[in-house]
Design a protein. Structure first.
Length: 139
């Protein structure tokens, strides 16, 4: 679970540490950090990211940015892409949801109680709500 958390945080940290959000490098990964095994360390970094997101000027979401990331496992090949800060925050959020689902599955396997909402994608939540509404109308 800690490694999934570190991986989620790495994407947000790539955004936070990007030079004026002009160039984002998702290949900067940190491994073996205390937050992988120490819950309090993970929570500290989650709070840092939440504070950063809350303080973001909404006008920055439209800011163009460039993305650098490796795209091959057989050789070192980088892709450099054009995007926006808002698009990359959405990507990090979607990626977070995917990893939360994996973390929830691991926690459940280990016998921990986990909210059924953890790791549910927004589109899945909308679908489930519509199914509930349809069932209510049919009754």
């Amino acid at each position: 679970i800690g490694q999934h958390l570190r991986h989620i945080l790495d994407l947000y940290m790539a955004l936070i540490t990007a030079n004026d959000l002009q160039a984002i490098n998702y290949d900067v990964r940190r491994r073996g950090l205390a937050l992988e095994t120490n819950k309090d360390e993970g929570i500290k970094e989650l709070i840092l990211i939440c504070d950063w997101l809350k303080s973001l000027d909404l006008e920055l979401l439209e800011l163009p940015t460039s993305i650098s990331t490796e795209v091959s496992i057989s050789s070192a090949q980088n892709a450099n892409l054009v995007s926006t800060v808002g698009r990359e925050i959405c990507f990090a959020s979607s990626h977070l949801t995917h990893h939360l689902a994996l973390m929830a599955a691991i926690a459940k396997f280990l016998g921990q109680k986990v909210s059924n909402d953890l790791g549910v994608a927004p589109t899945t939540a909308t679908f489930l709500r519509s199914q509930q509404q349809n069932e209510s109308c049919a009754q």
